[in-house]
Design a binder for this molecule. Structure first.
Ligand SMILES: N[C@@H](CCC(=O)N[C@@H](CS)C(=O)NCC(=O)O)C(=O)O
Length: 182
């Protein structure tokens, strides 16, 4: 039996869901290796060849010379181009989607990750730092300032950005984070 092109390395986390959502929504075959953080599998030398930052998600595209990709936003972008879906072709529409993917990657994701670390890991372990805990965490964006269609506001209305006509890699990038607050 032929193997699917995409082999995914992931775990059940907010970033880990992103390529899974893409692959399921696109209906393309893939297989996956679950990465067990408790065993530090994300830092194993073989995995670092695929994901140099030692984090999930990552993919290997067997259909493209075993091309490796890490960083969830870059993976979504790569998959969108490979399968020609969930990323508009028109330059302005495409840029608009990618602006929000970048916003998620550079803002929402890291800020929520850091907030969660200080609130849920450091504090219960005796490292309670109010300065870090009170550092501004991502706030809902007023709908009128969000998407032209009111499609997406950060955490206050998950189902709006999921509406099918607007379902692109932008939605896949924010889905895992949108329903949670640090
Ligand atoms: N910017 C990266 C973040 C990836 C990331 O933080 N992954 C976490 C899980 S959500 C991870 O692998 N953590 C394990 C570790 O840091 O050792 C992306 O979007 O792919």
């Amino acid at each position: 039996m032929t193997q699917p092109d995409i082999h995914l390395f992931t775990a059940a986390t907010m970033n880990g869901y992103k390529p899974v959502i893409f692959l399921e929504e696109a209906g393309v075959p893939y297989d996956l290796t679950p990465i067990d953080f408790s065993k530090q599998e994300q830092k194993a030398p073989a995995f670092l060849q695929i994901s140099p930052n030692g984090r999930i998600p990552a993919i290997v595209d067997r259909g493209n010379g075993d091309f490796p990709a890490f960083e969830s936003g870059a993976i979504l972008w790569y998959l969108a181009e490979k399968y020609a879906c969930f990323l508009p072709i028109d330059a302005k529409a495409r840029s608009e989607v990618l602006q929000w993917v970048m916003f998620q990657m550079g803002g929402v994701g890291p800020m929520m990750g850091q907030a969660m670390y200080f609130q849920r890991i450091a504090a219960p372990n005796g490292e309670e730092h109010p300065f870090a805990i009170n550092f501004p965490s991502p706030k809902p964006i007023p709908a009128q300032n969000a998407m032209p269609f009111g499609e997406w506001s950060l955490v206050d209305n998950v189902h709006l950005f999921m509406r099918r006509p607007f379902w692109t890699v932008r939605g896949f990038a924010v889905f895992g984070h949108a329903g949670r607050s640090p």
